[in-house]
Ligand binder design. Structure first.
Ligand code: PMP
Length: 397
């Protein structure tokens, strides 16, 4: 027998919570674990722009024949436009090549495996804290992980000096994972000035940035959220971007993202990208079409793009509203502790500062589910569930 000795894997820190939530029979339960956008009625609807694009696709699609290894061509073009903006030098000089991949996770995994197999870059620096799955993805691809400091618990803020001090100890060719915007789990992003410093540091020390860009448009806006990436791309000759449309198009279960390679020149990117394709071929051969067709149909049509932009704005603004309501409702629930920092964080998550014990009590005594690190998905809050959440937090503090 080869399976008998295998030990049971621990539950995933985020998705395992959803399983526990589903099994919970209490009626007033709230799931603020996984990062899924909910509207005011507590559901995760399909965007209207997506529905319209799907109707067009169904009406015109003639074949289910395989896509090429890199996926839908038109999709890869619009991905580059979203990332770099119109007419960017990287695109004009054909220094970037993009392959469609299964979600942000699949994109990160392809990038990691490509790097390990083809370069001397075997170490990746990730922020402390970072999205819980980064560790899993990168160790699965045999990258060695090191952490740079990012968060200061005492101030609920960023520790940029510590980040720089740690990255100064990185070796030539080391990879640096950077959250493009809406840092997960802290919700604390770099300022433009800080992005310039990071770009300079990567250039000086020959570090290779790997952008995890899963929330474009969830922070301030589609263009604004890409500023950090563009600042770095303007300065650093080689970088990789893993982006996702799970959140900003609500295409969670379509598994749609992309890995984009930027090299110093066209000749280099063509060679390197051929190895990205080889990595994909050895994994899942070629990607599925539907999600990519949705995104390219929307972004290839000005009316659908305008509709999508307005739907994205609505999601972004609802989350911002929930942030202020959360801070206010905590106050009216009698919480003396200052939680105003929550209003200044970006994106879906709020890093609450709640301890592991408090998180456990929230779940056990109040059926409020949040991630063990204290990360709360603000995107799961509604006017209706807010009093329940805040009363529970007040009780465990
Ligand atoms: N990176 C970060 C920081 C994320 O938060 C997520 C989603 N939770 C992903 C990547 C992966 O996204 P996807 O669901 O598209 O794989």
């Amino acid at each position: 027998m080869i399976f008998t000795q295998i030990e049971l894997a621990p539950a995933d820190p985020i998705l395992g919570l959803t399983d526990a939530f589903k099994a919970d029979t209490r009626t007033e339960k709230v799931n603020l674990g996984v990062g899924i956008y909910k509207d005011e009625s507590g559901s995760t609807p399909i965007l209207k722009s997506v529905k319209l694009a799907e109707e067009r696709i169904l009406a015109t699609q003639k074949s289910k024949s395989y896509l090429g290894i890199e996926g839908v061509e038109a999709y890869n073009r619009v991905v580059q436009e979203l990332l770099f903006g119109e007419g960017h030098e990287v695109v004009k000089n054909k220094r970037a090549l993009t392959a469609q991949a299964p979600g942000g996770t699949g994109s990160l995994r392809v990038a990691a495996e490509f790097l390990v197999r083809n370069t001397e870059s075997k170490t990746i620096w990730v922020s402390n804290p970072t999205w819980a799955n980064h560790q899993n993805i990168f160790t699965s691809a045999a990258l060695k992980i090191k952490q740079y400091r990012y968060y200061k618990a005492e101030t609920h803020g960023k520790d940029f000096d510590a980040m720089i001090a740690d990255l100064k100890t990185a070796k030539e060719g080391d990879l640096v994972l950077l959250h493009g915007c809406c840092h997960n789990p802290t919700g604390i992003d770099l300022t433009q000035a800080e992005w310039h410093i990071i770009a300079e540091l990567c250039l000086e020390q020959s570090l290779v940035p790997l952008f995890d860009f899963a929330y474009q448009g969830f922070g301030t806006g589609v263009e604004e959220d890409a500023q950090g990436l563009r600042i770095v791309a303007n300065k650093v000759p080689e970088l990789i971007i893993a982006n996702s449309f799970s959140k900003n198009f609500g295409l969670y279960n379509e598994r749609i993202g992309a890995v984009t390679l930027v090299a110093e020149n066209q000749a280099d990117v063509i060679k390197a990208f051929s190895q990205v394709k080889s990595t994909i071929r050895g994994n899942y051969s070629n990607p599925p079409a539907h999600g990519a067709l949705i995104v390219s149909t929307i972004l290839g049509d000005s009316e659908l793009t305008t509709l999508w932009q307005s739907e994205l704005k609505e999601m972004r603004e609802r989350i911002a509203k929930m942030r202020s309501l959360f801070v206010e409702t905590l106050k009216s629930a009698g919480v003396k502790q200052d939680f105003s920092f929550i209003s200044t964080q970006n994106g879906m998550f709020s890093f609450s500062g709640l301890t592991k014990e408090q998180v456990a009590k929230l779940k056990d005594d109040h059926a409020v589910y949040i991630v063990g690190s204290g990360r709360i998905s603000v995107a799961g809050m509604t006017i209706e569930n807010m009093p329940v959440i805040c009363k529970a937090i007040a009780a465990v503090l």
